[in-house]
Design a binder for this molecule. Structure first.
Ligand code: NAD
Length: 498
């Protein structure tokens, strides 16, 4: 019998009294892995109240003590990396190697949170006027909330709560209902590392629980990662309720291929970046813009994409696993069928792929379309499946112009040996993350991560070091230092400007 996953309120696992439950299904065979509650309003209230109470003491906790908590936490995460990756792979479907990477990219942020003392320093300027100094401190903002998507169930929660909490805030997390066990395990380990009661609370559910968080006046900031429509709703509603909001949204990432690029590198990178993790990455390359003679490589791209191995998470030879749910599979299948009807040329069709060992699995095999055009739904929508679209252009200028017309701007890359072309691309492309001879340019936490245009609403001070700006507010002090005899005129020098 499957177990029900509890909420985590005030450091205790609490079974929900909600009569409304959902199920997490194994993407390989549709067996129920666990159930989760759509938490009641009173449970939501209890989670926020716990975070609000904990804030009173946590904000006063000395920085080195906060930092040490994250040192212990990163040690525990490393120790449990494979155990977490297994939970993750089973409920999400991605391969074990991808799942390990998911956990690892989160650990990197936790390592950064352990440096909070140096990241949160204020600024000082002495003598802004005679005997007057000006300096600023960073203060936490209060109870912060995080809402996460299914596709990186370890990395994205770890983008959010460690930096928020290291800055002195407390946190309420509403993880994706599609793979909630992984974030729960992260939260359990956080308490095992010694987190004080109530600084992190986890409540399960879907849109009603998100809307509760968006409206509760005790919550001061919202960190959201998910699809564009929901990101827009979260941003608009959160702002209407006067919260700070960062809403990371959907994507359609392009890779320009110039004919001077190294052919084999292009083909290997393109195929991996489009179909790896079954295309369920916000930074997946979903469109290759082939310029001029690089269009002659299409037969080799076609052959290469057919060699990818589709399999279960524990098959070490598998390049990609199933999609997360049957609904996700149906959506991708419909887009593939629609793309053909719209006139795109289907070179490799993975839409009917059936795995012999897992006939009920949510598999879609690698899929390749050529002759894709701007107005097609196939191009306009984020597919979020192992589907690569090929677009043909005659020049770098045409390729850049084409990409910049796309409403999304999460990532974009170019493969070329020309320094001139690379620099033109770097300067003119409208995307938050740019790769030059790298297909998926995801920076480490000392840099910013945040898309442009419809890929990001609100503050892009996302994770690691830049997140300190989002999770703190600045207090600036101006102080005049009187002499003991305050009537004495302050000494000064006269500067004679010629
Ligand atoms: P999703 O938008 O369906 O769900 C994200 C979260 O929002 C979940 O916690 C869900 O419960 C909640 N939610 C869903 N519908 C809602 C509604 N109507 N009102 C309020 N809350 C709602 O996204 P997903 O399918 O879990 O994740 C995939 C998406 O996330 C893709 O679009 C992907 O590009 C995007 N993503 C973006 C980034 C980035 O950095 N830009 C990173 C990862 C994923």
């Amino acid at each position: 019998m499957s177990r029900e996953i509890p909420n985590l309120i005030n450091a205790k696992a609490v079974m929900s009294s909600s009569s409304e439950k959902g199920s997490v299904l194994n993407p390989l065979n549709q067996e129920v892995i666990c159930t989760f509650p759509y938490s009641t309003d009173s449970e939501m209230d209890a989670a926020v109240a716990s975070a609000e109470k904990a804030f009173e003491t946590w904000k006063e906790t000395p920085l080195p003590a906060r930092a040490r908590l994250f040192l212990r936490y990163q040690e525990l995460l490393k120790k449990h990396q494979d155990e977490i990756a297994k939970i993750l792979a089973e409920e999400n479907g991605k391969t074990f190697a991808d799942a390990q990477g998911d956990v690892w990219r989160g650990i990197e942020v936790v390592e950064h949170a352990a440096n909070i003392s140096s990241l949160i320093m204020g600024e000082t300027v002495e003598n802004v006027a005679t005997k007057i100094d000006c300096y600023s401190h960073r203060h936490p903002i209060g109870v912060c909330a995080g809402i996460t998507p299914f596709n990186f169930p370890a990395m994205i929660p770890l983008w959010q709560f460690p930096m928020a909490i290291a800055c002195g805030n407390t946190f309420v997390m509403k993880p994706s209902e599609q793979d909630p066990q992984t974030p729960m395990r992260l939260a359990e380990l956080f308490y095992e590392a010694g987190a004080p009661e109530g600084i992190l609370n986890v409540v399960h559910g879907g849109k009603d629980q998100v809307n509760y968080l968006l409206k509760d006046p005790r919550i001061k900031s919202i960190s959201f990662v998910g699809s564009e429509k929901v990101a827009r709703h979260v941003y608009q509603t959160g702002c209407q309720n006067l919260k700070r909001v960062q809403a990371f949204s959907g994507a359609k990432n392009h890779m320009i291929v110039l004919p001077d690029a190294h052919k084999e590198q292009v083909i290997n990178n393109l195929v991996g970046a489009s179909c790896g993790a079954a295309g369920q990455r916000c930074m997946a390359i979903s469109v290759a813009v082939l310029v001029g003679e690089s269009q002659n490589w299409i037969p080799e791209i076609t052959e290469k994409i057919k060699t990818l191995t589709v399999g279960a998470w524990d098959n070490t030879k598998a390049d990609l696993g199933p999609l997360v749910t049957p609904q996700a599979k149906d959506r991708v299948q419909a887009l593939i069928q629609g793309g053909e009807a719209e006139g795109a040329k289907l070179l490799v069709d993975g839409s009917e792929f059936v795995h012999p060992d897992y006939p009920k699995g949510n598999f879609i095999g690698p899929t390749l379309f050529d002759e894709v055009h701007h107005e097609m739904k196939l191009y306009q929508e984020e597919i979020f499946g192992p589907v690569l679209l090929l677009v043909r252009k005659n020049s770098l200028d045409e390729a850049i112009e084409f990409i910049n017309k796309n409403p999304f701007g999460n990532g974009a890359s170019i493969f070329t040996r020309s320094g001139y072309a690379a620099r033109e691309f770097q300067n003119r492309i409208e995307a938050g993350h740019v790769g030059i001879n790298i297909p998926i340019p995801v920076p480490l936490p000392f840099f910013n991560f945040g898309g442009w245009k419809a890929s990001m609403y609100g503050s892009s001070n996302s994770y690691g070091k830049p997140a300190v700006h989002f999770f703190t507010r600045i207090k600036t002090m101006t102080t005049r230092w009187f002499d003991e005899d305050s009537s004495a005129e302050a000494p000064h020098m006269t500067i004679h400007l010629k």
